[in-house]
Ligand binder design. Structure first.
Ligand SMILES: *[C@@H]1O[C@H](CO)[C@@H](O)[C@H](O)[C@H]1NC(C)=O
Ligand SMILES: *[C@@H]1O[C@H](CO)[C@@H](O)[C@H](O)[C@H]1NC(C)=O
Ligand SMILES: *[C@@H]1O[C@H](CO)[C@@H](O)[C@H](O)[C@H]1NC(C)=O
Length: 529
């Protein structure tokens, strides 16, 4: 073949859209099941498309599939499901509780602390895990890694000299230390911190708090997590590891489980791709018989109530449970409540059926389900907006208040914080949510949310394969990633302008005073004559 032909054949291969059998590594060192659930469909789809997928996580696939290898982290750290004791939300004592803003901040810090503790303890275990070391030493075309409470894997990849392009995965809205990894603007004037109850439109006091939290949590993550993880790895491997903040500035792409119709609009860079809704399985499976009968026999529709997989419903204090039951009993609608301590076929009291487990998205899509009461976890919110069902959001902690506030701003939800739960507040919220207007609004918002260029899972696959195709050759981050703060904030430019203005003013002053003196002395001379 003539060289020119060879070149064009090569180019053709390089530019064709198919990437055959790439090597993909997924790293999920966090114990939150929902964090991995979001991205499991992506990993599965990649394997089905003929890529060789290796996944390191606490949740190996129950039924193994071809081209997919699990490396289990089970047992290295305790996984908590339905374990969150709600009595911890009852204590409001001490001086801090008297000042709402300090109370909020100290509460958030105490909520975040377990994430740092878990990250550091898990890092201690990861450093000596030989199946992980073997996996990290191999070559890959792309590495997908959860971007949340730990950067231990970044340190380990550095130790093993692995330079494969990396994709960051965020199962919740972005934590503040994500933004500068891809040069993403995160101006706290209109980008709310992930665990506040603020929306994109903030008052002065909210912007003050939001800005403070943005700075606080970047420092918090560095001191509580990154510095400790780096020290652990440096000690164990007896080698210098760069600051994890520097290693983190090498992601090719970030996939985030949000979509702006629900989560609010923020400025984007090409490296940030919203894939909210990616985990949804739209295939309709059969409902358990007793649930279907309960739905069929309801005349006015059914409300779904679930506080998710982390919160142990049975630890709701009696008086709070009474509040919920009283508000719900007054309704003509029926209620299905996910409540672990209930009988096999559910426990029926009045219009409320308590069930151990429920197929949440299946139910939300059912026409008899007319509203959803939930804690505001992002997956449940996503399912509700996709199914077009209005919500009462009862946020507890983490990103739930922000998710609730965003849904309320989008017009299909009412928020009743768990701490402020009263029968009156819940009844009013239910009135709002069950009104014809809100139900129409929920369907409208749903249609807008569903209206995309491509299905979110397809979008995630496309962008992952795009990174596989071009690797480090096609950067998607903005230049701000590599800029020091003073340049990014234009402090040097402002300083230059200030100096220029000062010089101009000084010059002007000299000229004016010279002119003045000239005129004045002439006048004096004229007067003397
Ligand atoms: C596994 O990958 C190979 C190519 O690497 C592909 O031919 C095969 O179809 C894949 N298997 C499945 C079940 O998708
Ligand atoms: C990112 O990784 C690539 C590949 O290892 C390397 O060439 C590049 O220098 C790294 N960039 C930074 C900012 O560390
Ligand atoms: C519920 O109603 C549907 C349609 O009306 C019917 O097909 C189904 O068999 C009913 N299920 C039960 C458990 O009654």
């Amino acid at each position: 073949m003539p060289p020119k032909l060879i070149l064009s054949v090569l180019l053709l291969c390089a530019f064709s859209n198919d990437v055959h059998s790439a090597r993909v590594l997924g790293l999920f060192p966090h114990t939150g099941k929902s964090h991995q659930m979001v991205f499991e469909p992506l990993l599965r789809t990649l394997a089905e498309r003929g890529h060789q997928v290796t996944t390191v996580s606490f949740f190996p696939l129950k039924d193994p599939i071809e081209n997919y290898t699990d490396i289990s982290l089970e047992g290295i750290y305790e996984i908590r499901l339905e374990s969150l004791d709600l009595s911890m939300f009852e204590t409001t004592s001490g001086i801090l509780s008297k000042i709402p803003v300090l109370n909020r901040i100290s509460r958030q810090l105490s909520e975040f602390q377990p994430l740092a503790d878990a990250a550091v303890s898990i890092c201690e275990e990861l450093k000596t895990l030989s199946p992980l070391a073997d996996a990290l030493k191999r070559e890959y075309d792309v590495i997908l890694m959860e971007n949340f409470n730990s950067d231990c894997m970044l340190g380990l990849l550095h130790v093993y000299g692995n330079t494969a392009p990396k994709v960051a995965l965020s199962s919740c809205n972005l934590v503040p230390w994500s933004a500068n990894r891809i040069g993403l603007p995160d101006n706290p004037a209109y980008v709310p911190f992930v665990s506040t109850s603020f929306t994109t439109r903030m008052t002065f006091a909210q912007r003050l708090e939001n800005t403070f939290l943005n700075i606080l949590y970047k420092a918090w993550f560095y001191y509580k997590v990154q510095a400790k993880e780096r020290a652990i790895l440096e000690k164990h491997f007896r080698t210098n590891i760069p600051d994890l903040r520097i290693l983190a500035k090498n992601y090719s792409l970030m996939l985030v489980n949000t979509f702006h119709t629900l989560n609010g609009i923020r400025p984007m860079v090409p490296a940030l791709v919203e894939v909210g809704g990616m985990h949804l399985d739209h295939s309709r499976k059969a409902l358990p018989h007793y649930i279907e009968r309960f739905l069929n026999e309801s005349e006015h529709g059914v409300i779904l109530l679930s506080f998710g997989s982390l919160i142990k419903t049975a630890t709701i204090p009696k008086y709070k449970e009474d509040i919920i039951v009283n508000a719900l009993s007054k309704l003509k609608q029926r209620v299905i409540w996910k409540y672990e301590n209930s009988g096999e076929e559910g426990t029926l009291t009045g219009n409320i059926l308590r069930v151990k487990w429920l197929p949440q998205y299946e139910l939300l899509q059912h026409k008899k389900i007319i509203a959803f009461i939930a804690h505001g976890g992002l997956l449940g919110m996503t399912e509700a907006i996709s199914a077009g069902k209005p919500m009462v959001v009862v946020p507890f902690f983490g990103d739930q208040p922000a998710n609730g506030a965003a849904a309320a701003a989008a017009g299909f939800a009412k928020v009743v914080p768990y701490m402020e739960l009263t029968e009156k507040a819940l009844t009013e919220a239910l009135d709002f949510v069950l009104s014809a207007e809100t139900r129409v609004k929920a369907r409208l918002v749903s249609s807008i949310w569903l209206d995309r260029q491509a299905d979110p899972l397809e979008t995630a696959v496309y962008w992952t394969e795009r990174v596989i195709r071009w690797g480090h050759a096609a950067p998607l981050h903005s230049a701000s990633r590599d800029m020091p703060f003073y340049q990014l904030a234009l402090l040097d430019v402002i300083a230059a302008f200030t100096v220029a203005i000062l010089i101009l003013v000084t010059l002007l002053w000299f000229i004016l005073s010279a002119v003045y003196r000239l005129v004045f002395s002439k006048e004096n001379k004229l007067k003397m004559h």
